[in-house]
Design a protein around this ligand. Structure first.
Ligand code: AVI
Length: 312
């Protein structure tokens, strides 16, 4: 479905929702870069620490020993954390191509030109695609052994059934002996988690409300941003961090591009994002149910976050 159709569907439902995949337009990409630099958003630093200090261990688990392989990355973003892993792989003499995949063409172009400068000898095959589309096309692109990266806790943005479908689809495209390395945010003090999605500077608020701005820009709508607020919520029992946009008064919004008006009650919420937090047992069960063998968990020093390596 297109942005326009999805907005029409989501705002017509009760309760209303909008998909977090639409956060990432040019402006959203920029705000997300700022989020990753926030001290409250511990996820990026944790994964950066894991790759800075444990890349050799990751490499030794991969057991590539001079064999050529493809390092495929789903949701590559600006490659900030992958950069350090790639640096270490090159230093260790690994023989690989890099295949970054992202839904944002904008971010992918930046990544490609940055990596071409940093790693002039690295072969890069960037692909602008949605995850499930990319999974389908991956074997047409490459017959080499594969290591598929899905970092940054992006898997946490999937609902349960999508997570299961993703892991099953991943398993189906891999050959026996191939690996996947997936970043999961772990359950921890709920206050730490909530702060990561509720920074005092209002960067996450701007990120969430940019969805309304995007609808204004692309679908000629008249959302008054002052009349909506950002509401993050974390449930330590389920591990679901959820973000909402809440209407601060009863109001009607006109979306010209849809030739439709939408009524919001005072206090009515639009669900925009889920960022799931996991326990280690849940992660192991997820992989086991998809037939993967968990090779090793790589934790940061605070055990806030884990990159789990699993083998087909
Ligand atoms: C991209 N994704 C893993 C981020 C997350 O933590 O769910 C997106 C984000 N939303 C608010 N802050 C960051």
């Amino acid at each position: 479905m297109s942005f326009k159709e999805d907005v029409g569907t989501g705002l017509s439902e009760n309760p209303k929702y909008l998909s977090s995949r639409y956060f990432y337009d040019a402006e959203g990409d920029k705000i997300f870069q700022a989020i990753m630099k926030m001290p409250e958003y511990y996820l990026t630093n944790a994964e950066f620490e894991i790759f800075s200090t444990q890349a050799e261990q990751i490499l030794s688990e991969l057991d590539v020993n001079g064999r050529k392989f493809d390092l495929v990355e789903f949701g590559a973003g600006d490659g900030f954390k992958t950069r350090i892993l790639i640096e270490r792989l090159i230093e260790a003499g690994a023989n690989f191509r890099y295949i970054p995949i992202d839904i944002s063409e904008n971010v992918l172009n930046t990544l490609k030109s940055d990596f071409q400068k940093r790693f002039p000898d690295l072969e890069i095959l960037a692909e602008n695609a949605e995850y499930f589309e990319a999974l389908e096309s991956i074997n047409r692109k490459s017959e080499n052994p594969k290591v598929i990266l899905f970092l940054g806790s992006s898997i946490g943005n999937f609902l349960e059934d999508r997570t299961v479908r993703f892991l099953n689809a991943l398993y189906a495209v891999l050959n026996v002996g191939d690996f996947t390395l997936i970043g999961f945010d772990l359950k921890k003090n709920p206050k730490t988690i909530l702060e990561a999605y509720n920074d005092k500077q209002g960067i996450t608020k701007a990120f969430n409300l940019n969805l309304l701005k995007r609808i204004n820009r692309e679908l000629e709508a008249d959302f008054d941003l002052e009349a909506f607020d950002h509401y993050p919520y974390y449930d330590p029992e389920t591990g679901f961090a959820k973000s909402y946009i809440v209407s601060l008064k009863k109001q009607t919004v006109n979306i010209k591009g849809l030739k439709k008006q939408f009524v919001f009650d005072a206090g009515e919420a639009i669900h925009t994002e889920i960022s799931r937090k996991y326990g280690i047992n849940q992660i192991e069960t997820l992989f086991e149910n998809a037939n993967f063998n968990v090779s090793k968990h790589f934790f940061d020093c605070k055990h806030y976050y884990v990159d789990t390596l699993a083998k087909k």
